[in-house]
Design a protein around this ligand. Structure first.
Ligand SMILES: Cc1cc2nc3c(=O)[nH]c(=O)nc-3n(C[C@H](O)[C@H](O)[C@H](O)COP(=O)(O)OP(=O)(O)OC[C@H]3O[C@@H](n4cnc5c(N)ncnc54)[C@H](O)[C@@H]3O)c2cc1C
Length: 370
């Protein structure tokens, strides 16, 4: 099966990049699982936070916002809806809190009482400081993923499930990729394999970049009795000890852990979840008596915690689209556009400094590799 571009990985990264390319090129997405979005992209907290991440990520957040608001070709209505993100800090969290506010735009400082008015289960007596980003928004992540998949197919692109890539070899300017679903070839391969991106690169003879999947878990508990939680903002401890968010009438709580794992179909570590719920209970007036559902996913980071997008420096036709960490849903519009522009030889609308910061040849990654 010959195409112009093979995309490996049917998460939001691979599907969105393929959809952007499809009007101009023949594109095939190879996904190991029986359906798209089975790994990280189906397990996120689905929030858009403008101030989340380093300067490069904030530029990508800003560049993605217009598309998320008016996702032409993907959905007729905005993918965003109002939520807000409130940070709460105990005395011990104040250095983290001040550091976050220092580099942030548009956050409003709140008193403990104001924080408690927004989320009445918070214990005002342990809040030393609070702040809110009003325009943090929920992302309809399923609509985004399925919308990009529809756009891809509408332009003749293909998604092949049950196609775990087993080998990749390049000969005479063409990559040949073998999978249980057959053999595929193309001059360009995009590595959008999420937590497996380094393994996939090594399979192709491309140097791994030190991408590290970090497990993050979440649990759903019933809404606290007597509260209408739907309008509560996401509320988070300023030192990343836990965060909580209304989710379809329930309360989602995450221990906000970053535990390194080998790439796999990751599951919750019961002890890590229990400890996180315990930290959450210290901040609120309700006990956590029942977990209705829990899950975990991988957030995969490069050593400098900045995504990696661009052609590998050492071989032709191998494009990285990986290392999206905890920002892969909210930055997908900008990163997919950049990946498509690079593949098609178009100039990116992003600031060249941002494009350079994402380049797999950047010094912050290469120097870590010695
Ligand atoms: C608990 C949690 C909360 C999060 N919250 C947010 C949030 O609020 N906002 C936000 O923006 N981001 C959030 N994220 C991060 C976001 O989910 C990820 O950055 C994003 O999903 C990464 O997308 P991806 O396509 O790179 O990876 P994935 O969705 O994991 O897709 C990679 C795909 O590659 C496939 N694959 C791997 N190896 C092969 C192979 N050899 N052959 C074929 N296919 C292969 C896998 O099966 C997988 O489907 C969160 C993540 C977690 C875990």
């Amino acid at each position: 099966m010959k195409t112009d571009i093979l995309v490996i990985g049917g998460g939001i990264a691979g599907i969105s990049a393929a959809a952007r390319l499809a009007p101009e090129a023949s594109v095939t997405v190879l996904e190991a699982e029986t359906m798209i979005g089975h790994h990280s992209s189906g397990r996120s907290a689905a929030i858009f936070i403008r101030n989340y991440g380093n300067a490069t990520l904030r530029a990508l957040n800003a560049a993605s916002a217009p598309f998320l608001n008016a996702p032409e070709g993907v959905s007729e209505t905005s993918l965003l809806s109002p939520r807000g993100e409130m940070l709460v800090a105990t005395e011990a969290d104040l250095p983290h809190y001040e550091a976050y506010l220092d580099g942030s735009d548009g956050l409003e400082r709140l008193s403990a009482r104001q924080a408690q008015e927004l989320v009445p289960i918070l214990r005002a007596d342990v809040i030393a400081a609070a702040a809110i980003e009003w325009d943090a928004q929920d992302i309809d992540v399923d609509r985004m993923l399925q919308g990009f998949a529809r756009l891809l197919r509408a332009h003749g692109g293909r998604i092949v499930n049950n196609a775990r890539v087993q080998s990749i070899a390049r000969r005479d300017g063409i990559w040949t990729v073998t999978t249980p679903a057959g053999e595929f070839s193309a001059p360009i391969v995009i590595n959008a394999a999420g937590g497996w991106a380094d393994q996939l690169a090594e399979m192709a003879g491309v140097r791994a970049l030190g991408l590290q999947p970090l497990r993050r878990s979440a649990a759903l508990i019933p809404a606290p009795e007597g509260h209408d939680i739907n309008r509560w903002p996401l509320f988070a401890n300023a030192s990343d000890q836990w965060y909580a968010k209304p989710e379809a009438g329930k309360l989602m709580i995450s221990p906000a852990e970053e535990d390194p794992v080998e790439p796999h179909d990751v599951w919750v570590d019961d002890m890590v979840l229990a400890e996180g719920l315990h930290r959450f209970e210290h901040a609120v007036t309700i006990p956590v008596t029942r977990v209705e559902h829990s899950w975990a996913g991988m957030r995969t980071f490069a050593p400098d915690r900045t995504p990696v997008v661009g052609f590998a420096p050492e071989v032709d036709g191998f494009v990285w689209l990986a290392g999206q960490g905890g920002y892969g849903m909210q930055t997908a519009p900008a990163l997919s556009q950049l990946a498509a522009d690079l593949c098609l030889g178009r100039r990116s609308a992003l600031d060249p400094k941002v494009v350079g910061a994402l380049d797999p040849a950047r010094t912050s990654i290469q120097s870590q590799q010695g």
